[in-house]
Design a protein around this ligand. Structure first.
Ligand code: ZN
Length: 455
């Protein structure tokens, strides 16, 4: 029933991507919240947006970014990172405990990051805490402060002050996390396999892109996922496997879940869009770990998505300063892809060829992430939810040029590529943050805590 009120804002004329499908609806927004969604909202509004011809998606929730502030702001920073995210249709990101410096391993480092993000974030944000062999006694403090979970590296993190987790610490850390009612997220690659292969290859003088690819095979991912699942089962810990790069990696998660283990996984747009052949052409900007895979693996991963086995998609946006990408030996190049601005456009570009519905894209990029990590009132276009939304012209396409990049450094494997869909406007809690190529508001990002403990 339509009530009479004067809303703050009404979006009219758009095709709205709701959890039940795409519908022509008008959206009334009041105090940053979606008040009403109806074919016709009869009320008046202080402001209206004519979105005729556009689609409205829930704003992206990206649970895996590295904005590297404080301490490595010269690599990215919250202001530039969140601007790029908003330009890509994003409204809530979750920053990883590294590569900020110090990494988020205790109360002080958590508060330093929260403060930095509150000062300069253009979108809402949540935070991961770290789990290393050195900080088990700090997990309860971090839980109290509001982390969404604890991130551990099963292989070398690339950063001195964030140690890889050993098996016993992972097992003990999961016991603690289970008691705190929070998930543990793992970078799942076997350190034993990857470091031994790296040594073998480098001892023989190997330093090329192909040599690097050989040092991080799929089996390293599968072994680590298996081990993490075993520990999760034994400890009743809630597990999330980040950036899974292979169908078989996803299948291990699906299988474990069938057997009652609480485990989810994410993959990244780069594994769905790029291959190891692209890495050879693009070089350092496309280096990541786990690395890009063969085209066969890429297509199989798409099948995992279409079967509904991948819970969510996150960018793993992990930039560095350009000098760290400039090395003759590919093993010494900083690994990390800058992509937080392009996630949605990459998925939209592949949607038709893969048979991926807009509704599924919204689920994978917003709704599922909010539900998985208990980000209340986020991730859906429904009454009562935060008015986090992005307006997209799906009839147009756009080439990513360096000038359009909001990152601190204009580097990305996607420069020069043309994607379907132009992001016209992004609103965070009803306030326009990005419009027609520009950031148009002061930083307004709020810190979001997971809402309830489920014990
Ligand atoms: Zn990462």
């Amino acid at each position: 029933p339509t009530r009479f009120f004067v809303a703050d804002l009404i979006v009219r004329g758009a095709n709205v991507v709701t959890p039940d499908g795409v519908k022509r609806l008008e959206i009334a927004i009041e105090n940053g919240t979606i008040l009403e969604l109806a074919p016709t909202v009869t009320s008046k509004a202080k402001e209206e947006i004519n979105a005729e011809g556009l689609h409205v998606f829930p704003g992206l929730i990206d649970v895996h970014v590295h904005f590297n502030e404080p301490g490595r702001t010269e690599w990215e920073g919250i202001k530039t990172g969140s601007s790029a995210f908003a330009a890509g249709g994003g409204t809530l990101y979750v920053d990883m405990p590294l590569n900020s410096s110090p990494p988020v391993l205790n109360k002080e480092s958590f508060l330093a990051k929260q403060q930095a993000a509150e000062a300069s974030s253009h979108t809402d944000f949540a935070l991961w805490g770290g789990l290393t062999p050195d900080n088990l006694e700090n997990l309860s403090d971090l839980a109290e402060l509001g982390v969404i979970g604890f991130k551990a590296f099963m292989s070398n993190s690339g950063i001195e002050d964030f140690k890889a987790i050993d098996d016993l610490s992972l097992y003990e850390g999961m016991k603690k996390a289970a008691k705190l009612g929070l998930p543990v997220a793992v970078h799942a690659e076997s350190e034993a396999i990857t470091s031994a292969l790296t040594k073998q290859i480098r001892d023989k003088g190997g330093k090329s892109i192909r040599d690097y690819l050989k040092s991080r095979p799929v089996i390293a991912e599968l072994e680590a996922i298996n081990r993490a699942i075993l520990f999760a089962k034994e400890t009743s810990c809630d597990l999330h496997v980040v950036h899974v790069s292979s169908r078989r990696g996803v299948a291990l998660v699906t299988e474990a879940r069938k057997h009652g283990v609480r485990v989810t996984c994410e993959t990244c747009p780069h594994y769905l869009h790029l291959t190891e052949d692209d890495l050879e052409k693009l070089g350092a900007v496309a280096k990541c770990a786990p690395p890009l895979r063969s085209d066969k693996e890429r297509l199989e991963l798409w099948q995992s998505i279409l079967r509904g086995e991948v819970d969510l998609i996150a960018s793993d946006h992990s930039p560095s300063s350009p000098d760290l990408k400039d090395r003759d030996n590919f093993f010494e190049v900083w690994g990390g892809i800058s992509g937080v601005q392009s996630s949605l456009q990459i998925l939209l570009t592949h949607a038709n060829e893969q048979g991926l519905s807009l509704q599924t894209i919204a689920a994978l990029t917003a709704q599922n992430s909010a539900e998985r990590f208990r980000l209340a009132n986020k991730g859906r276009l429904e009454p009562g939810y935060d008015a986090d939304l992005t307006l997209i012209d799906l009839d147009s396409s756009e080439t990513l040029t360096k000038e359009k990049i909001f990152y601190r450094h204009q580097q990305s494997p996607y420069v020069g590529q043309t994607f379907k869909g132009v992001i016209k406007q992004t609103l965070v809690r009803g306030q326009t943050v990005f419009k027609d190529g520009k950031i148009v508001a002061k930083p307004l990002g709020r810190f979001i805590k997971p809402r309830y403990k489920h014990l």
